[in-house]
Design a protein around this ligand. Structure first.
Ligand code: SAM
Length: 263
């Protein structure tokens, strides 16, 4: 019996499962963690390809089911909330990085993305099944209506690729929405590194709360219109018209201003 409050929709389409595992392309000695293994639809075929797999599942009953049905030897189950889970504990040495996969519970996918990018330094790549609209936001380009805080913050850290669509019939119970697979690959070097990440993140969050207004309004608490112009950006633009490079420039201008006014 699937639990709605845990966002449980179990994958049943074997063609989709095969396609997803092929996209992930596990190598035997990869360090991999699956978020939300559920009844093991993805866990089993991943274990076939791997020497070892970690899995983080919140539902105790599913943990018990997985313990009964999967050989525990090559699988380490963590009964935990992925939103609070410290993924760095799975990475034993600095040489290794973690591959993260999961058919995620859609009700927690945005906070989970932000939780994971806080631990991006230990992550090699991520493959997720998400609501299609969420994937469209992750891979969005400036100027589109999907371009927002999530797109900017994820693309600051990662290359985001839309892999393929998954229809509701691939699951039991079938969700009401279309799904899609996204691949997130952390940049080897950041394309637009900022001087003060906290200021940049706060500025991006703030400006998109007023996405229909000119940035001169949305950025009032960070920068004056003159300072926005000095950063090389037209203060009359709306946030969805700005590129990642523009946001980085604004973030750096705001950080410089904050540091200047410090006593
Ligand atoms: N991977 C399975 C599949 O494809 O059939 C299950 C996918 S289901 C959409 C999401 C899974 O995430 C469920 O097993 C659910 O119990 C689990 N889950 C929900 N919230 C979670 C959380 N905060 N932390 C870890 N797992 C969670």
């Amino acid at each position: 019996q699937a639990r709605k409050r845990f966002g449980q929709n179990f994958l049943t389409d074997t063609g989709i499962i095969t396609q997803l595992v092929r996209s992930i392309a596990p190598a035997r000695n990869d360090l991999m963690v699956e978020i939300g293994p559920g009844q093991g639809a993805l866990t089993r075929p991943l274990m076939d390809e791997l020497d070892h797999l970690h899995a983080v599942e919140l539902d105790r009953d599913l943990i018990a089911l997985l313990q009964r049905t999967l050989t525990a030897r090559r699988l380490t189950l963590h009964q935990a909330d992925a939103l609070r889970f410290d993924f760095t504990t799975l990475v034993p040495d600095a040489q290794q990085r973690l591959r993260v996969v999961g058919n995620l519970p859609y009700n927690i996918s945005t906070p989970l993305m932000f939780h994971l990018i806080r631990q991006i330094d230990v992550i090699q790549d991520m493959h997720f099944m998400l609501q299609k609209e969420m994937v469209e936001r992750l891979v969005a380009t400036p100027g589109s209506s999907d371009w927002g805080r999530l797109s900017v913050m994820i693309q600051y850290h990662c290359q985001a690729d839309f892999l393929f669509l998954v229809p509701p019939e691939a699951f039991r119970p079938a969700p009401k929405v279309d799904s899609a697979i996204v691949r997130l690959t952390p940049h080897a070097t950041l394309p637009h590194p900022v001087a003060d990440y906290a200021v940049f993140a706060a500025l991006v969050g703030q400006v998109f709360t007023q996405r229909r207004k000119a940035i001169r309004n949305g950025l009032k608490s960070f920068l004056s219109p003159a300072e926005i112009e000095t950063a090389g950006i037209d203060p009359g633009l709306r946030p969805e018209q700005l590129s990642l490079a523009d946001f980085a420039a604004l973030g750096n201008a705001a950080a410089a201003r904050i540091n200047d006014t410090k006593p």
